[in-house]
Design a protein around this ligand. Sequence first.
Ligand SMILES: Cc1ncc(COP(=O)(O)O)c(C=O)c1O
Length: 390
Amino acid sequence: MIPHVLPTYNRADLAFERGEGTWAITADGTRYLDLGAGIAVNALGHANPDLVAALTEQAGKIWHVSNLYHIPQQEKLADLLVENTFADTAFITNSGTEAAELAIKMVRKYWDHKGDPDRHEILTFEGAFHGRSTGAIAASGAEKMVKGFGPLMPGFRHLPWGDMEALKAAITNRTAAVMLEPVQGEGGIRPLPDADLRLIRALCDQTGALLVLDEVQSGMGRTGKLFAHEYAGIAPDIMMVAKGIGGGFPLGAVLATEQAAAGMVAGTHGSTYGGNPLACAVGARVMEIVTQPEFLSEVNRKAGLFRQKLEGLVAAHPEVFELVRGQGLMLGLKCKVAPADLVRAGYAEQVLTVAAADNTLRLLPPLTISDAEISEAVARLDRAAGRLDV
Ligand SMILES: Cc1ncc(COP(=O)(O)O)c(C=O)c1O
């Protein structure tokens, strides 16, 4: 008999009743060190008092207001996003997938608005993940996501990840956009070198194609910059944000330059819940915290400490791990064993991690993780790996 919850997930036999900072706690009080943070979502830790206050304060006033009216909390969040990024404008969504959908629509509308509606090919990369809507799976093209869901939305061409020669050969002055994650998340914590990101920007500039960056997983301080593309000193035309921006409350956004958003006039897009007061009150508070310079310098300091300890872990278990990669607190351990086995061994040591493609174990802890918790995390990962040592 089919379960009452549609069985689309492979779930661990675990449930959490509450959380405290970097800890997720079961009903019987067992404490798990959370290095997954809901897959890069709980950026400021579980039950962060600032975010609880922002949410409950707003909850006592008004929960939902239609976008038929002004929503001051949404305007405040948009102001913070625009002031701290390349963007001139923001549309607030409830999730990363919705942000991807709008980004794709915005690209198409941009060219339509310029009088060139047939210019709609978007170049994407193998290993990409932009969500599970029909548009987002077509953008990814991965067999495991698209199988059985055809006919797929047309307009995407998939290139090998990081293959700049393939991109140079594919991009033309008929290309509508290039869309990618600066650090692939689901694809296995694979950062694109800064030089490649700069080359992609230059190729877009030469051809007129829009550059669309998906920073749903890599954004909001995760890599030690507010957004990962800042390392390369470039800016996109359109960017998707989600996950960490809500600190655990469903929230996303599409940011864009005025030029890229030129076609998105009244009536071209909308959402009942997107930009609601509850989500935006939390998101604005997250932005205020993450944009403090000392917050990001602490992320970088802790990332250095974590990474150094992980190098030691890899050296101690050469049969289990191959290498450490990633940026900031978006870390991956490329494994020689199946990462799912390590995730399971982690449960036995009360540490939560997340598997990704390319045989990689993902470590995406709350950005507020303490030095002591980093040491504890590595001790637990060491014991977990010990369970798989051959
Ligand atoms: C890079 C990236 N884009 C988009 C998404 C989709 O976001 P959501 O699950 O909030 O719809 C994800 C989710 O993992 C992601 O990592």
